[in-house]
Design a protein around this ligand. Structure first.
Ligand SMILES: [Zn+2]
Length: 170
């Protein structure tokens, strides 16, 4: 049965309740929004940037073949384009399936870190003497950079693209 979320006021099929206010259903989207608020507060309190999520990036020779395999395992898949797909399972697991290009080899994956401010991560790691690529704005709504460890393991990091002050005219 549908309920109206006390936070966004959308009619929703699934929700959680505050123990003290069981009459106030909170939808899963808004619960995620509350977690993002918590992450923002933790970041403020610690004075450090924090990792808000992380995902493996598997390098694959054939994206469709890889997606079909993960579907067989019971994952849901979604395609970004012919060279990039995602395999999702439950709330937190997303595996990126990235077609190899250039010098990258199938089976040699990467780690994707989600953060709130990619520039801050880059600045922090650069000031520690690490070589950082980017970050740069990407057409899929992320600002992303990367570092490579001494053995060649790639760590990509990205934050949601935010409107710059000059875009915020309306
Ligand atoms: Zn809601």
């Amino acid at each position: 049965m549908a309920e109206v979320c006390a936070c966004c006021e959308e009619s929703v099929q699934w929700w959680v309740r505050l123990r003290s206010h069981p009459d106030l259903p909170i939808c899963h989207n808004c619960l995620g929004g509350l977690n993002a608020q918590r992450d923002g507060q933790l970041q403020l309190a610690s004075g450090q940037w924090i990792v808000t999520g992380f995902e493996p990036v598997f390098a694959v020779a054939d994206v469709e073949r890889a997606a079909a395999f993960y579907e067989q395992l019971g994952f849901e898949t979604s395609r970004h384009d012919a060279t990039y797909a995602f395999a999702h399972r439950d709330r937190d697991l997303t595996i990126h399936l990235a077609k190899t290009e250039g010098a990258s080899l199938p089976g040699h994956g990467a780690l994707y870190l989600h953060c709130q401010d990619a520039d801050r991560v880059a600045e922090d790691w650069r000031s520690a003497g690490v070589t950082v690529a980017g970050p740069e704005d990407q057409d899929y709504g992320k600002r992303e950079g990367s570092v490579t460890d001494p053995d060649g393991n790639l760590i990509r990091f990205g934050a949601p693209l935010r409107a710059t002050p000059s875009d915020a005219g309306d």
